[in-house]
Design a protein around this ligand. Structure first.
Ligand code: ATP
Ligand code: PRP
Ligand code: MG
Length: 394
């Protein structure tokens, strides 16, 4: 460990004025740490999760899901939409199952513990926000993001400063770093719950004289209370910052976050069944997320041939579908002869363009327009699966 450390205090740091308070090193916040007991000769080791990182001999595959907070319900909803409903006998029980996938245990944990347990090997897969992976994974190369965009939990980890006082004309990280106010005796005081990402970011941005304090919530109050000059916290709509007279600045976004599916490299490579379950989950997630926001539109259209109908459809900007329209003749018997005066067309249309598509279909002679939501769009190959295999060197 280097001589100069980053200090984290709970609450005010106004009494801390030593040169040690400047950020010159970015110490890993301990997943494993040692505390002195009564006798200095017998240290006690406290570990989050698996004590000595020995691979356990369990045969079940374990998926960690957030037990509380805003990610919990959305994670269950997403899995349900992928026909992977989690069956939990009662809400205080922390283990559950997904009947469609045998040999999979679902464990409900706090998001930060999901990441820690992926690192320790006590979980194999997990769903959490990318911010939590960055903060508690601390750049661990064995944490692999299998799906990076589950499309909920959107937020960003940002640095914010007051709109007023000495910060009134400060609008970028460069300007913040160049402020003459920050000295070893009077460093920039930052309040954050992100005690790994916060110091790392400040160091990367060349801020030399910085101290950090930490609290468990309502960090936006710290500047007005005189406890901090700036904060590093999650921002989504920006309302909390605005209500507290704080602003984000150029270059101050540390991580753009949303829910992700993460796995441990060792689990993927060594534990039987993990790779297969990951493949199935990835296929369902990708196919479902592709289908969200798309509708299938079917309609009838009079025409002399399938090609002639196709030309009419493709002349319209909103009707090209995923790979072009599917057109099938609708046969009927007229005067004893089987003819195809009508064609049935099927296209996929993005939700946003739905009404425009219906208007365009009608304009070129479409009738009997039926619209149904899509559950899955399976492609020939799952791009993220190929990416995962290449990351694993398989
Ligand atoms: N305002 C927000 N809008 C959208 N997503 C958010 C927001 N705040 C946090 N998140 C995302 O949801 C995750 C969980 O946040 P949540 O607030 O539920 O738990 P927490 O802050 O870690 O715990 P707690 O608030 O109970 O102490 C975050 O890691 C982040 O990815
Ligand atoms: O940009 P906004 O949409 O206003 O959201 C940002 C706020 O949401 C989170 O707090 P949360 O609601 O989780 O409360 P907490 O501080 O108790 O975690 C985050 O810590 C911000 O305070
Ligand atoms: Mg929160």
């Amino acid at each position: 460990m280097s001589a100069v450390q980053t200090f984290f205090l709970q609450g005010s740091v106004s009494t801390l004025r030593s040169p040690h308070s400047s950020v010159t090193s970015c110490r890993k916040v301990s997943v494993k740490f040692t505390v002195s007991c009564c006798s200095a000769a017998s240290p006690m080791t406290v570990v989050n999760g698996n004590v000595d990182n020995r691979p356990s001999d369990r045969s079940e595959v374990r998926l960690g899901l957030p037990s509380k907070g805003r990610m919990a319900a959305d994670s269950l909803d997403l899995l349900k939409d992928c026909q992977l409903s989690v069956r939990q006998v009662n809400p205080r029980q922390y283990v559950a199952e997904i009947p469609q996938i045998s040999n999979l245990e679902v464990w409900f944990q706090r998001p930060k513990d999901i990441v820690r347990k992926l690192v320790s090997g006590d979980l194999d897969l997990g769903i959490v926000g990318l911010d939590t992976v960055c903060e508690y994974g601390q750049g661990d190369k064995d944490l692999i993001i299998v799906h990076d965009a589950l499309e909920y939990g959107d937020c960003r980890l940002s640095l914010a400063i007051p709109k007023y006082g000495i910060f009134e004309n400060v609008n970028s990280m460069k300007e913040l770093a160049e402020m003459p106010q920050w000295t070893p005796e009077r460093p920039l005081r930052v309040a954050t719950g992100f005690t790994y990402m916060g110091p790392k970011f400040m160091k990367e941005n060349g801020l030399k004289h910085v101290t950090f304090s930490t609290a468990d919530g309502a960090l936006e109050a710290a500047p007005a209370m005189g406890i901090a000059d700036a904060i590093v916290d999650l921002v989504s709509s920006g309302t909390t910052l605005r209500e507290n007279n704080l602003k984000e600045i150029e270059g101050g976004v540390i991580v753009q976050s949303q829910a992700v599916l993460v796995a441990g490299r060792k689990s993927l490579m060594q534990r039987k069944g993990v790779l297969d379950i990951t493949h199935e989950m990835l296929e369902r997630l990708e196919a479902h997320l592709r289908a969200v926001g798309q509708f299938t539109v079917t309609a009838n259209m009079r025409g002399s041939s399938a090609e002639e109908v196709a030309e009419r459809i493709l002349s319209q900007t909103s009707l090209s579908g995923l790979q072009g329209p599917t057109i099938s003749p609708v046969f009927c018997k007229r005067d004893g002869r089987v003819t195809a005066d009508y064609f049935a067309i099927v296209i996929c249309v993005p939700k946003k363009a739905l009404y425009k598509s219906v208007q365009q279909l009608r304009a070129i002679g479409g009738s009997g327009v039926l619209i149904s939501p899509l559950t899955y769009i399976f492609d020939e190959e799952t791009p993220r699966w190929r990416q995962l295999l290449s990351t694993l060197g398989l």
